[in-house]
Design a binder for this molecule. Structure first.
Ligand SMILES: C=C1C[C@]23C[C@@]1(O)CC[C@H]2[C@@]12CC[C@H](O)[C@@](C)(C(=O)O1)[C@H]2[C@@H]3C(=O)O
Ligand SMILES: O=C(O)CCC(=O)C(=O)O
Ligand SMILES: [Fe+2]
Length: 358
């Protein structure tokens, strides 16, 4: 475990509220029609071609940006304001909501297995039944905070479900289009919600934190894949998120506070029998500006069997993975380090899925 210098560690003070563009006439966020941004596919959800574009993006990148998503700007700005308020509290107040286990307030430590980053965060349940939230001792005005979280999560989850329905249609699989989205809509779905704050870093020379290899950049959130089905990322206008391409090159994701980035998680890679990529991503902390991100991680009910969709399998096609429940996968994932390949324990012939470029 890397030990951080105490004086710098406590200095997480200057979190700025995002400046937002005036709302458009329908009060939802809109954007231009470019269909790629730094090589990353941009999907206009109102475009009739969106379904096929999403399938291509999930296969090639496991990652894409969505515009014209219909989520009201005020849901985003209200929640961001609450997040900023929380992260601006004195350290002793924030600590009341921690330590993260795995839910709650975490500071530098990510997970239980020794990962650290230049980050503080709140990890919350996003289930419709949020009784588990009661164990978090939230300081300040908890009622306003939770109402902003609930309003945002409901809208983002609904958008993620619509995208999963477009995926089911785009894959031209037989049967109902809710084959994937029903797993998130289920009242027992195991979804998480995460507010991340990457503070500016005053003097990197004094720090004893992990640096990116071959550079002086600080790791905010080390490279990893998300174990769930699909994740929806929104950040303020500070850069830092990077994704790994098939050839291993890292690409910076241009920040866009009006749009969302969606990424394929391990479970969707399995359900697509390796057609889709669970994208490796990481966050490099910006030395000067603070980054605030909000991530919805859509997982299925704990007892759900995760296996390739039978409606997708072609004649004679074999499953690349052993069958498992989400609970089994989650337990196993939480014993791993961030950068580990968590799916390898569940591959039928070890390495086959990765060797095939998945
Ligand atoms: C090191 C870890 C943190 C993590 C649990 C794990 O053991 C491996 C997966 C990590 C991850 C990545 C995506 C999400 O941010 C997260 C909440 C999740 O479900 O899996 C985190 C876990 C965490 O921060 O607890
Ligand atoms: O903060 C971000 O932009 C991404 C964080 C992330 O990948 C995660 O929380 O799983
Ligand atoms: Fe992630």
């Amino acid at each position: 475990m890397v030990v951080l210098s105490q004086s710098v560690v406590e200095d997480f003070s200057h979190v700025s509220t995002c400046k937002v563009r005036p709302p458009s006439s329908n009060n939802s966020t809109t954007n231009n029609n470019n269909n790629s941004c730094n090589g990353i596919p941009v999907i206009d959800l109102l475009n009739p071609e969106a379904k096929t574009q999403i399938i291509d993006a999930c296969q090639e990148f496991g990652f894409f940006k969505v515009i014209n998503h219909g989520i009201p700007l005020e849901f985003i700005t209200n929640l961001e304001a609450e997040a900023v308020k929380f992260f601006n509290l004195p350290q002793s107040e924030k600590d009341k909501a921690g330590p993260a286990n795995p839910l709650g307030y975490g500071n530098k430590r990510i997970g239980r297995n020794g990962d650290v980053g230049w980050i503080e965060y709140l990890l919350l349940s996003a289930n419709s039944d949020q009784s588990s939230q009661n164990s978090i001792n939230f300081p300040g005005d908890p009622q306003l905070f939770w109402s902003c979280v609930n309003e945002y999560v409901r809208a983002v989850k609904n958008m993620a479900c619509e995208v999963l329905e477009m995926i089911a249609e785009g894959l031209k699989i037989e049967g109902p289009k809710d084959v994937l989205s029903k797993l998130l809509r289920d009242e027992n779905s195991d979804a998480l919600f995460r507010l991340n704050h990457y503070p500016p870093c005053p003097d990197q020379h004094q720090l004893q934190v992990p640096l990116m290899s071959g550079s002086r950049n600080l790791i905010g959130f080390g490279e990893h894949t998300d174990p769930q089905i699909i994740s929806v990322v929104r950040s303020n206008n500070t850069s830092g998120l990077q994704i790994s391409l098939k050839d291993g090159t890292w690409v910076s994701v241009p920040p866009d506070q009006y749009s969302f980035y969606l990424n394929v998680g391990d479970s969707l890679q399995v359900m697509s029998n390796g057609r889709f990529r669970s994208v490796k991503h990481r966050v490099v902390a910006d030395g000067l500006k603070s980054r605030v991100s909000m991530i919805f991680l859509g997982g299925p009910p704990l007892n759900e069997k995760i296996a390739p969709l039978s409606s997708l399998m072609e004649d004679g096609e074999e499953s690349l993975y052993k069958e498992f429940t989400w609970l089994e996968y989650k337990k196993s994932a939480y014993m791993t380090r961030l950068a580990d390949n968590r799916l390898r324990f569940f591959e039928k012939s070890p390495g086959a899925a990765s060797a095939a470029g998945h």
